[in-house]
Ligand binder design. Structure first.
Ligand code: HEM
Ligand SMILES: *[C@@H]1O[C@H](CO)[C@@H](O)[C@H](O)[C@H]1NC(C)=O
Ligand SMILES: *[C@@H]1O[C@H](CO)[C@@H](O)[C@H](O)[C@H]1NC(C)=O
Ligand SMILES: *[C@@H]1O[C@H](CO)[C@@H](O)[C@H](O)[C@H]1NC(C)=O
Ligand SMILES: *[C@@H]1O[C@H](CO)[C@@H](O)[C@H](O)[C@H]1NC(C)=O
Ligand SMILES: *[C@@H]1O[C@H](CO)[C@@H](O)[C@H](O)[C@H]1NC(C)=O
Ligand SMILES: *[C@@H]1O[C@H](CO)[C@@H](O)[C@H](O)[C@H]1NC(C)=O
Length: 322
């Protein structure tokens, strides 16, 4: 074959690849194997050293991945300054941006302009869960970074802890995630913390009843009341989402729900529907089932609305578009 024939092939193969949308939009486990072989090591080191300073970081990175994917897909929009960062569920709440910046800087040194911020976040979330004693799953890669970030989309599309389960499952369904994904991904609340204002209505005058939430265990109620006294000044105090084993990624979150010991109203609400309650019972009894399903649901979550091929860009700095 002539040289020009080869050039034609080099040009046309990736192009033809993208004429088939399903194939073109596919992520790939080996995406950076040749272009950035040390990527996983660099991300793992970045998360590990962040944890050495702040043991809460795996939880914060995991939540950041969720918030990225639910708003305009997993394209790093939550990392952009302005926009989503100012939305109610993120402002004074979303954390871990400096950790992603530090990892990105190291990745740029090893493989300049190659790895997206969206992929770094997906890997960092996985590494954090693993380093916290949780499952390890393979992360398909090749996401590209988006060009926009929307405060209003974050306000409307992210679930609120005060919404009924039906509203939350509807929001998940709109992202292609089912009721089982809602339950298994809620298991992320086996690590990390919540500010008092996100559950305080349960502690004192629940739904105007003058009494606390009847689905909240009495001894947990009294310990939450001591962290979150009934005054505005306690709003940003922190309580662990898993009061029993907050530092470990395990299935105790589900056992807590059986004991009326979910912290958020939306956590305990998983026991209020017999379909989700049966799944909670399953995960409380079989840790391996939770481990397996959590990884599978994270792969689903981290594939929502990804940009691939010619869309998006590889951001130089995760906080601003190029
Ligand atoms: C099902 C609907 C969900 C609701 C209503 C919800 C709500 C919340 C709220 C209110 C907080 C506390 C935020 C604060 O106090 O600043 C929180 C924390 C957290 N959420 Fe969720 N969440 C949901 C699903 C998820 C999912 C799917 C994940 C990940 C897969 C996740 C991971 C986390 C983690 C790890 C934390 C602790 C973060 C930290 O300590 O920095 N959540 N969530
Ligand atoms: C990967 O890291 C090793 C050291 O851990 C280093 O020797 C090697 O040069 C790195 N490879 C690339 C492509 O950066
Ligand atoms: C360590 O963590 C604290 C928050 O807990 C943060 O304010 C600080 O910047 C971190 N320091 C380093 C070197 O990462
Ligand atoms: C739940 O969804 C319904 C229907 O979309 C809506 O009218 C209601 O305000 C939502 N409830 C909450 C608490 O957001
Ligand atoms: C749930 O309650 C049972 C019975 O009261 C108790 O044995 C168990 O330790 C509790 N589990 C958790 C996770 O609190
Ligand atoms: C779920 O609960 C409803 C009403 O509480 C009941 O009619 C139904 O039989 C239950 N379904 C299952 C599968 O338990
Ligand atoms: C419990 O887990 C088993 C094994 O994966 C599954 O077959 C079954 O459907 C699950 N039950 C519920 C209610 O999710």
């Amino acid at each position: 074959m002539s040289r020009s024939h080869y050039e034609f092939l080099n040009f046309s193969l990736p192009f033809m690849f993208c004429l088939v949308p399903l194939v073109c939009s596919q992520l790939d486990y080996k995406f950076y194997d040749y272009t950035c072989p040390n990527l996983t090591k660099i991300v793992r080191y970045g998360v590990w050293s962040a944890i050495a300073n702040d043991t809460r970081m795996p939880a914060s990175l995991l939540r950041l991945q969720f918030h990225d994917c639910f708003v305009n897909g997993c394209e790093g929009s939550v990392l952009l300054d302005g926009g989503e960062k100012n939305a109610l569920p993120n402002m004074n709440s979303a954390r871990g941006f400096e950790v992603i910046d530090a990892i990105k800087a190291n990745v740029e040194k090893a493989c300049p302009s190659t790895v997206s911020c969206a992929d770094i976040l997906a890997l960092a979330a996985r590494e954090g869960v693993f380093l916290q004693g949780g499952p390890y799953w393979s992360v398909p890669l090749g996401r590209r970074d988006g060009l926009t970030t929307s405060e209003s989309a974050a306000n409307t599309e992210l679930p609120s802890p005060f919404e009924p389960l039906a509203n939350i499952t509807a929001k998940f369904a709109s992202k292609g995630l089912d009721m089982n994904d809602v339950v298994v991904l809620s298991g992320a609340h086996t690590i990390g913390f919540a500010q008092c204002f996100t559950f305080k209505p349960r502690l004192f005058d629940f739904d105007g009843s003058g009494n606390p939430d009847p689905t909240l265990d009495a001894s947990l109620l009294s310990s939450l009341r001591s962290v979150c006294p009934n005054q505005d000044s306690s709003d940003s105090n922190l309580a662990p989402l898993d009061p029993v084993s907050s530092a470990k990624f395990d299935n105790i979150y589900f056992k807590n729900l059986l004991n009326k010991s979910g912290v958020l109203q939306s956590d305990q609400a998983l026991m209020g529907d017999n379909r989700t309650a049966a799944m909670v019972l399953n995960y409380s009894k079989y840790p391996f089932l939770f481990t397996r399903d959590f990884g599978a649901s994270m792969v689903k979550l981290s594939s929502v609305g990804v940009l691939t091929g010619k869309d998006g860009q590889i951001r130089q700095n995760c906080r601003v578009v190029n």
